[in-house]
Design a protein around this ligand. Sequence first.
Ligand SMILES: Nc1ncnc2c1ncn2[C@@H]1O[C@H](COP(=O)(O)OP(=O)(O)OP(=O)(O)O)[C@@H](O)[C@H]1O
Length: 542
Amino acid sequence: MNSESAVISSNKNPGILQPGADELPIHEKNTEQLLSINRKMAMVADKAKLSIAIRGIFIHTTQIKKYYVSIFDPERTSLNTYLFDFGPGFVNLPQLETLLSVKSLKDGIIDRIMRSAGPLQFDTDRLVRSGQAPSYVQLWKQTGLKKVIASNLIYGGEPMGIIWIEPHLMNIKLAEALCIPVAAAISNILAKQKIQTQTQEIFNLKQNLENENLHPPAQMQSMTNYGEIVGSSESMRAVYQLVSKVAKTQSTVLIMGETGTGKELIARAVHKASIRKEKTMIKINCAALPPNLIESELFGHERGSFTGATERRIGKFELANKSTLFLDEVGELPLELQAKLLRALQEKEIERVGGQAVIKIDVRIIAATNRDLMLEVQKGNFRSDLYFRLNIFPIVMPPLRTRKEDIANLANYFLHKYAPRSLKKLPAFSSKVLKQLTAYSWPGNVRELEHLIERSIVLTPGAVINQINLPGISEDGTARGNVGSHIKTIDEVEREHIIAVLKYCNGKVAGIGGAAEVLKIPSTTLNSKIRRLNIKKEHRLK
Ligand SMILES: Nc1ncnc2c1ncn2[C@@H]1O[C@H](COP(=O)(O)OP(=O)(O)OP(=O)(O)O)[C@@H](O)[C@H]1O
């Protein structure tokens, strides 16, 4: 039976040759061939080697001259050419790859192959003559592919693609048998590629992360590297730079700035970024204790060294050994103790009160003050030698009024910090309030802002904070004269309070839910106050 007689064609499926008629029995030679093919395919590690292996097998073993492999896209809606070899005359035709790709799988050929349990053989001329041939079949004709065997490439039970072979001297069973190792090899290569891509992605992400840690953007640095410190203004960025410069050294740091500007936070940031970070930073507030107790607090005392010293006590210097000692409000230290502190810093050793032994200490000092220490030196309140000893690496904290761009971020940060504590849903600031916050001069700096936000969360009934009481700031958010220079009269305070309550009650004076009820005064009294304090209708509404 010759191959021509194998063509059984119907009007329904023109050009499809039914398998069976031109098959030769698989004899021993074929089995040998298959074993060798399997072995070769198992060694293949990449696409180039696969191409060489297939060519070797096809051309030398089965004399196939033309073949190509198409692979489904992940959604299985198109077939893309993965590999093709049409012989020496076609190597310089890269467009073949595109032309052989298939966009619609329901073209009467692909869908049929996908449904078929085994390979199918196609007759190019018949398909073209039928007038229904897709463009890639036209290409078969142009490239001299007279017949094509197409077989599903299945791996792990999943269709991967199709292999198209010019069946020179090949029976269809052998073609089918060939597809199994080819599918396995392609699947291995694709899996390896996927792992390589993922490994590269992970490597890139790690690289990005390392780069970010080395050169963090300003906002990230303010929010993450230094933990709970908020602020990305230029002056705060300058502070972060100083922190990162000094942290890794052993230098004494002197942090200066008004009260509430975050000096302690910065001291903690320096400690946390230093090599001493594993040990707790020890803090002493030099203003919080009477002078006679500070010495014992700093250096410790022996039992019986003074009245009330019933036990030996370890001082902060000893506690801070191998760590950091934060001397807060160092400007308040009495002169006599300044001399003892200076000695401890110079000699790196201390003596407990009432003790004889000299104790070696390895302590890093960070001091903070809201005083102008140079001025205190001039006034004779602070020893100049101690000042110079402490002022090795100064950091000056900017007051909040000079970095207004940080106010909204700080306010939101405190909102997130305190709203959950009062079991409230996170409220938002009205734009009027944000304007007021920005206009205010914040003499108590960040601490004042923090307390105000905490209070406002408690006092705000709704989801929006649209009322905030700031001295010297008018309703529209503009500054009213010099902050702090104006002391409010009782009438002013009363007027503001009544206006606030009227707004809260939507302008209602009397009755249930009216301002008089909230203020617990008769509505007649409230009305007379409204008249006397010149509160107009427009003041009462939000
Ligand atoms: N940049 C900031 N970001 C977030 N919170 C801040 C910031 N600055 C200050 N705070 C908060 O404000 C409060 C006061 O800060 P801190 O105690 O560090 O100020 P200080 O300058 O040491 O004050 P004082 O001189 O009165 O001791 C603290 O609750 C602190 O957490």
